[in-house]
Design a binder for this molecule. Sequence first.
Ligand SMILES: Nc1ncnc2c1ncn2[C@@H]1O[C@H](COP(=O)(O)OP(=O)(O)O)[C@@H](O)[C@H]1O
Ligand SMILES: O=C(O)C1=C[C@@H](OP(=O)(O)O)[C@@H](O)[C@H](O)C1
Length: 257
Amino acid sequence: FAPIAGHLQQLQRTSLSAGGFEWQDPTSDLSDPGVENPYKNPSLLNSDDNTLKVDPARLLSPRLRGCNIYFIGMMGCGKSAVGDAIARRMGTYNFLDTDIILERAAGMTIPQIFESEGEDSFRDAEAKVLDSVHAHVRCVVSTGGGMVLRNQNWSKLQTGLVVYLKVEPEVIMKRIEGTDRPLLQTPDPLSRLKELMAERKQKYEQADVTVEVHESMDVAGAADAVIRALHDFIDENPPAWKMAKAKAQADGLDWVN
Ligand SMILES: Nc1ncnc2c1ncn2[C@@H]1O[C@H](COP(=O)(O)OP(=O)(O)O)[C@@H](O)[C@H]1O
Ligand SMILES: O=C(O)C1=C[C@@H](OP(=O)(O)O)[C@@H](O)[C@H](O)C1
């Protein structure tokens, strides 16, 4: 049976294509690229200044193995700016913005949709956009600030890693003052922003990873903080097969890759 066994092994090593997307059999050895947290790998550190020799963003892709990253948080917290910066640095992930997809599909801007269709219709359309987006892999997705409101959306968000960018309302307000976000068209937008944040706090805190972005952090700095937090999250939540491997080895059993 040796030739057949060889064939099977070959098959196991081949990445499969489903729904037009490449994915790798999680039980094959290819899915363990041997990439560990770069921040914890002394051989990746420059000895003179302790900076990393590689961009840790590039080493996120092999560790995520196609899993999407979803950014959640209040409008203006930086989901689009930071998400786009991270996708570019990762190199192998695409950046998607659910607001932009919705605007293109509707042929209207978000303020126009709120005005002509109302918030409920906007939320229905937003949920449909997430339905289609979550079928894709290797994406960094910026969601609209209210995506977290509907429980049904969480079943899609939870197929990926959910990152909450936590920013003080006063900092957000400075960034988005005067923009046309429909929910802030009130005489006192800062109070409205604080109310919305208080209402949504519990939902945002359901994220896998929360990153606090302070006023002194620019987009690149916020991206650095997210990348580091994601590496740490992957360390703390190893995939099931990796835990099974560790257990088998601890039990003195052979693990066949
Ligand atoms: N950390 C940051 N420092 C400075 N400006 C930022 C930062 N994050 C985002 N911005 C700016 O704030 C504005 C709102 O950010 P954006 O990414 O559109 O937010 P969101 O997608 O969460 O609504 C943009 O002009 C963006 O360039
Ligand atoms: O918080 C919200 O309810 C909204 C946030 C906006 O997206 P951003 O968070 O990208 O600004 C946009 O979806 C719409 O104005 C509603």
